[in-house]
Design a protein around this ligand. Structure first.
Ligand code: SF4
Length: 738
């Protein structure tokens, strides 16, 4: 029977929110507990050892919340209200809405928009649904807004993109960490312990952030560059590395290519120039170089700060170049890593809901990849569509080239850049269907809203920021009237003429995903639900070892290198003596022997500083940067509906420096208007010396008058297609009694 048949038992599972995917136990049927489910510590899971932030602790509250959706809603006439409906009617309407547009305007007039919080199974099946059941190329997802620049830079430099190429535990054991644009003390508090441990062991922490955040307060050195200039900062550090004779020439010669060009680019960024661009004094820059290079091992970790820029890929590339020149990559306890944000930010980008990808992190334009996946799907590779538009470009095309949309796991009305425009585009669609657990701001615009199950109500896998595949187990049954995303896709596919190929059982979907990923960069073929449960997660790549006599090497064996002995979660690769092949142990540490490029060497990418897409001028003299707060998550669709979290962080604010506040004439708590070329947002002033006087900050979790993304700039990175959430030009005014 299902877990819900045994209410007293504790179910080991993971948090629904961020990429740390903290382990937790759920005890259903607990008297008086929020959602009828008690959260209990799960200390055995070593990433968080039982610790949870407030978001994870209160996550069950939404399971039984009055505001969750428990029946489908349909809009029976244009402009009319959303009204309750049965599932048959709702599903018929979705199939009809999508089919009509496809018949009238072709398959690419139908779009699919997914999310980085969807499980691997859902992400996989959504990609298959788009390309097979709808035949459209137009699928992308909100993860494009999250990690795409780091992914692109990773692929360029290392030939493979896994957020962290080492377990988080290594962060506590290295000598020096440069944390760029990450406020993990607020975004993923249990991860802070790795930095605390690092410092207790005598390691050094450098934080790069325009604000003195709770994370920056922990640092040995805090560098506060002007938003949008951390590319120059990294180049300035590399310049000093060269000038001070700190290049690891042996490593550069043996394990990299492209150094002369990258060196020349860095030499054009002399420290005084970098000080002028970034505002970081040269002595601070020298101090950072000394801390980074004097340590016997060191790491650079980036998050959304450097990544959400129109030059995000190059910015991350500059930090990677610093690691490569100093021999801080592909070695134990050293390297570059990206702290992915969303719950399945890593797995969500590997299995085909990205516009340019097929499962297993294969490229959609690679004929061999198309061949392989088409075989698993039982179709002719010729029938698979090509690459589609990236997330913002897809949203921008709504109501024009793309006239019907199926959206799940995302709330772009709040979270997309230039949000008022995106809202307008969504409202102009011929047909919109949304799957969600609550009536989000985006769902409120839909023609059909399908209420879907939540994290604790269905089993599935996620892949955390370390590339560790985890099992999120079902603890309770969904309420009657609610279906899982897999059930929705199955029912819609059947209505679109695909009776087969869309299983509703997550493990069956996962087994198909394993086959589809076999031999690809993100190879899951050796990972099973059983192994995940037994080993508390398995790091990809983890190919299925061929039976004795088949002779083939595991496809990605050499890429990962030999895992350090202490990291091996299972048996050593190569099999036990005597011939029975041991299962591949998974790959906690990548690149130790070679990088995943054709020649096994990491590639320097020459990059140069360039201004942000929008720099301050007379009309918009300040910079806006955006981010998150402790008690809210992403668009807030879930967390704003949890009373405890909402009490802790009830609304947006504008953080500004006292000197700026005085100039503008606002006092603490008074309304301030922030105005960009795209619109105006008003929120109470929060005055603090912890921010640069030329910069204001707004959290982006709220809709309405204080919606930060009304202001943000959709200028895209040319490689990753990441919008420039982190920098745009604004002016600030007292808003009086508005
Ligand atoms: Fe959940 Fe992230 Fe908080 Fe952990 S840090 S409890 S995964 S939101």
């Amino acid at each position: 029977g299902s877990a819900s048949d045994t209410p007293a038992a504790t179910v080991d599972t993971h948090c629904p929110y961020c990429a740390l995917q903290c382990g937790m136990g759920l005890r259903p049927g607990a008297e008086g507990a929020a959602g009828g489910v008690e959260v209990v510590e799960r200390t055995a899971f070593d990433v968080n050892r039982g610790a949870l932030c407030g978001k994870g602790r209160t996550a069950p509250a939404l399971l039984s919340s009055r505001v969750r959706l428990t029946e489908p809603l349909v809009r029976r006439r244009p402009g009319g209200p959303l009204e309750p409906a049965g599932w048959e009617e709702a599903l018929d309407r979705v199939a009809e809405g999508l089919s009509k547009v496809r018949a009238a305007h072709g398959p690419d007039a139908v779009g699919v928009f997914g999310g980085g919080g969807l499980t691997n199974e859902k992400a996989y099946l959504l990609g298959k649904f788009a390309r097979l059941a709808l035949g459209t190329s137009q699928i992308d997802y909100n993860g494009r807004f999250c990690m795409s620049s780091a992914a692109a830079a990773h692929n360029k430099a290392f030939g493979l993109d896994r957020g962290l190429p080492f377990p988080l535990a290594d962060v506590a054991r290295t000598g020096c960490v440069i944390l760029v644009g990450s406020n993990l003390a607020e975004t993923m508090p249990p991860a802070l312990r790795y930095l605390t441990e690092l410092r207790e062991r005598g390691g050094k922490l450098i934080v790069v952030d325009p604000r003195r955040t709770r994370t920056a307060e922990q640092a040995d050195l805090h560098l506060a560059p002007r938003p949008g200039t951390d590319l120059a900062l990294a180049l300035g550090m590399l310049h000093l590395v060269v000038a001070e004779g700190r290049v690891d020439t042996g490593f550069v010669a043996a394990r990299t290519t492209g150094w002369p060009e990258a060196r020349a680019a860095a030499m054009a960024h002399w420290p005084e120039l970098v000080e002028r661009i970034t505002g970081v004094p040269v002595p601070r820059l020298r101090e950072a170089v000394a801390l980074f290079c004097d340590a016997s091992s060191s790491m650079v970790l980036t998050a959304r700060g450097p990544e959400q820029q129109s030059k995000g890929t190059d910015t991350v590339g500059a930090w990677i170049n610093l690691c490569l020149a100093t021999g801080r990559a592909g070695r134990p306890l050293s390297g570059y890593g990206c702290l992915t944000g969303q719950g399945n930010g890593q797995g969500g980008r590997e299995h085909g809901q990205k516009a340019d990808q097929l499962p297993g992190y294969r490229r959609l334009d690679d004929p061999a990849a198309r061949e392989h996946v088409a075989r698993v799907w039982g179709v002719d590779p010729e029938t698979l569509p090509g690459p589609g538009r990236s997330a913002y470009e897809l949203l921008d095309a709504l109501g024009r080239d793309v006239r019907a949309l199926l959206l799940t796991g995302s709330n772009p009305v709040v979270s997309a850049p230039r949000a008022a425009h995106v809202e307008e585009r969504i409202a102009s669609l011929d047909f919109l269907a949304v799957c969600d657990v609550v009536l989000s701001e985006t769902a409120a615009l839909a023609d059909v809203v399908l209420p879907v199950a939540q994290w604790a109500e269905e089993t599935g896998t996620t892949t955390n920021l370390e590339g560790r595949v985890l099992l999120r187990r079902r603890a309770v049954a969904p309420p009657p009237g609610v279906r899982t995303d897999l059930e929705v896709l199955n029912a819609l596919a059947a209505r679109l003429g695909r009776e087969k190929g869309f299983p509703t059982d997550p493990e069956e979907v996962f087994d198909e995903l394993r086959r589809a990923s076999a031999g690809g960069p993100a190879d899951y073929s050796g990972i099973t639900y059983r192994r995940i449960a037994e080993e508390d997660g398995v790091f990809w790549p983890c190919p299925e070892v061929p039976a004795v006599g088949e002779g083939a090497e595991p496809p990605l064996g050499p890429v990962g290198g030999t895992p350090a002995p202490d990291s091996s979660p299972g048996l050593p690769p190569g099999g036990a003596p005597g011939g029975t092949p041991a299962p591949h142990p998974g790959t906690p540490r990548l690149f130790l022997d070679r990088f995943a490029t054709d020649d096994g060497r990491a590639r320097f990418v020459p990059v140069a500083h360039r201004p942000s897409a929008e720099e301050p001028d007379a009309a918009y003299p300040l910079l806006l940067t955006t981010g998150r707060v402790l008690a809210q998550y992403q668009s807030g669709a879930q967390t704003r509906r949890v009373a405890e979290l909402n009490d802790a962080a009830p609304g947006p604010f504008v953080q500004l420096h006292p000197r700026l506040a005085e100039k503008v004439g606002v006092a603490e708590g008074e309304p301030v208007a922030v105005v960009s070329r795209r619109g105006r947002a008003v929120a109470p002033a929060r005055i603090t010396p912890d921010i640069r006087p030329d910069t204001v900050f707004m959290p982006f979790h709220w809709p309405g008058a204080g919606r930060a993304n009304t202001l943000t700039n959709p200028a895209l990175d040319p490689t990753s297609r990441m919008p420039e959430f982190k920098v745009c030009a604004v002016r600030v005014e007292a808003a009086g009694e508005e």
